[in-house]
Ligand binder design. Structure first.
Ligand SMILES: Cc1cc2nc3c(=O)[nH]c(=O)nc-3n(C[C@H](O)[C@H](O)[C@H](O)COP(=O)(O)OP(=O)(O)OC[C@H]3O[C@@H](n4cnc5c(N)ncnc54)[C@H](O)[C@@H]3O)c2cc1C
Length: 484
């Protein structure tokens, strides 16, 4: 592992950064930079820990970030904003070296506005810290990602984070009222007033949703919050198999009944979760609201379950399953062995075809096998997701086969009218497949946006967008030549 920059240049940049923000906030020793060489993604074995940033900084304020960006802009060196580091697609790997902007110290709550139901925060606060803070006011953000203990507000916005409370509360992109962003030339952009909707300017804040740090650095976010509901309940229903359960779940969403989230799976040991013999699929549904609302909605869904051949688990089993699922969802899954996952968005009527093709045709061809209990993971409702987790074979061609399988699954999701990645973004992992999903005109428009915001390509370069042919599009749009 080596630091990529010319040592004299690195010393010069280090000195400029220390002068700008103080040496307490600048890291340059290789041992301090090591944690920034990887994130939560699966890397090609010979690439692991190969890429070190040249420098990392720990800003505490917008003006610190501005000062760092001004130095990077002057020298035209890459900048990689970092939140909790939990992304799974290589968004943080410093493939071109440069400066990591670690937002860990930018974790302050700046304003809680109860009458207008919003909170303004710095980007490095974790979703968990924010929920705990808001609970003191009887409020909640409800952005419950599996990674919420470590994922930050800045990271969640920049990856278009999915929340398992999607049905009732939406996802992070629905909750953004305004952002403050330091642009690639050091100017500060405020995307608009702190309002949930407006019919005036372009919705600039949406450009930063899922931008993966390639357009600017979010330094402040104002987000819609909700009062904590009076009552909450979890219902669990078991079915013979996943497709009978899926049909029942669709009937529930079509009925218009309000639930918070609904997840469908085939647990590794259904009986241990309270299922009677022979029932393999579990549908776990959560509800929140006033006591009366929850009672009515739960009663209604119980009727639907009984009418669709489902078996209702007891309250204790349902809670136990939900807690176990939460543990898995919120952490254990981060301990990846030779495994990975897909998170495609597939139109409702094609979901079965997606899984059948994936498990019967694509995965066996490349030797990928489902991780027990993770063959299916379907979130049902307005933000549906078709998840699965698989083991990667340990053999010589393991990596190539894994990449081929990913590419075919991506092609399948797109061919069925869906999207390659509904929650894990693009990073390095999915960028070559992006062209399957978007037309030439759409890709060119994205490059134009990137070019407008970041003409020197210093903002997390090499991520999110595939390389343009020959480094440039036919119309000449391309990154300016680097000085180094
Ligand atoms: C166990 C586990 C469960 C997960 N469950 C979910 C889930 O339920 N839903 C979901 O959506 N994802 C999930 N993920 C994926 C991941 O946690 C999310 O993508 C998360 O939102 C990333 O946040 P982070 O703070 O860790 O960002 P990081 O990994 O630090 O960064 C992600 C991207 O955001 C950019 N970025 C970070 N901060 C800023 C900033 N201030 N300004 C501009 N760009 C910035 C980075 O440059 C990078 O490109 C899970 C991951 C794990 C390991």
């Amino acid at each position: 592992m080596k630091v990529t920059m010319d040592p004299a240049l690195r010393d010069e940049i280090k000195a400029a950064l220390v002068a700008a923000i103080g040496d307490r906030k600048v890291l340059w020793k290789p041992s301090d930079l090591l944690p920034y060489a990887a994130d939560n993604s699966r890397m090609r074995p010979d690439e692991v820990s190969k890429h070190l940033p040249d420098i990392a900084v720990l800003p505490e304020s917008t003006s610190d970030v501005q000062a760092v960006v001004e130095v990077a802009a002057e020298y035209k060196i890459p900048l990689i904003p970092k939140g909790g580091g939990s992304n799974r697609t290589g968004m943080l790997i410093p493939i071109h070296g440069g400066i990591v902007i670690d937002t860990i110290r930018m974790n302050k709550v700046l304003e809680v506005n109860i009458p207008n139901l919003y909170v303004t925060v710095q980007p490095g606060i974790t979703l968990k810290e924010l929920e705990e803070h808001l609970a003191g006011y009887g409020l909640a953000l409800n952005q419950e990602q599996g990674s919420f203990k470590v994922a930050t507000v800045g990271g969640s916005i920049s990856t278009a984070g999915f929340s398992r409370k999607y049905q009732k509360y939406g996802i992070i992109s629905d909750r953004i009222m305004s952002l403050e962003v330091v642009l690639a030339d050091g100017r500060v952009l405020r995307t608009g007033p702190k309002v949930l909707y407006t019919s005036t300017g372009y919705r600039l804040h949406q450009l930063f949703v899922g931008a993966e740090g390639t357009l600017g650095i979010i330094t402040e976010a104002t987000l819609r919050v909700e009062p904590i509901p009076e009552s909450a309940e979890v219902l669990m229903a078991f079915y013979d198999d996943i497709w009978t359960a899926y049909k029942a779940a669709l009937r529930m969403t079509e009925s218009g009944v309000m639930f918070v989230g609904a997840d469908l799976s085939e647990p590794a040991d259904p009986e241990a979760c309270g299922a009677p013999p022979g029932k393999r699929a579990a549908l776990c549904i959560s509800f929140e609201g006033t006591k009366g609302e929850v009672e009515a909605d739960v009663g209604y869904v119980k009727g639907l379950v009984r009418g669709s051949g489902g078996f209702l688990a007891g309250k204790d089993d349902a809670m136990l399953f939900y807690d176990e699922f939460t543990k898995l969802w919120c952490g254990d899954r981060a301990l990846l062995g030779a495994e990975d996952e897909t998170t495609a968005y597939v139109p409702t009527e094609r979901v079965r075809e997606f899984y059948d093709t994936l498990w019967d045709k694509i995965m066996p061809k490349y030797g990928m096998v489902p991780v027990p209990g993770n063959k299916y993971g379907i979130d049902v409702g307005r933000y549906s997701m078709s998840y699965c987790r698989f083991s990667i074979p340990e053999r010589e061609r393991g990596w190539e086969d894994y990449r081929m399988a990913l590419a075919e699954v991506a092609g399948l999701a797109v061919a069925l009218g869906g999207s390659i990645s509904s929650c894990t973004g693009v990073g390095l992992k999915n960028k070559d497949e992006l062209v399957l999903e978007f037309s030439d005109v759409a890709m060119e428009t994205m490059w134009k946006i990137k070019n407008e915001f970041d003409p020197d390509d210093i903002m997390n370069p090499g991520k999110k967008l595939p390389k343009r042919k020959g480094g440039r599009l036919a119309n000449g749009i391309g990154p300016a030549e680097r000085k180094m």
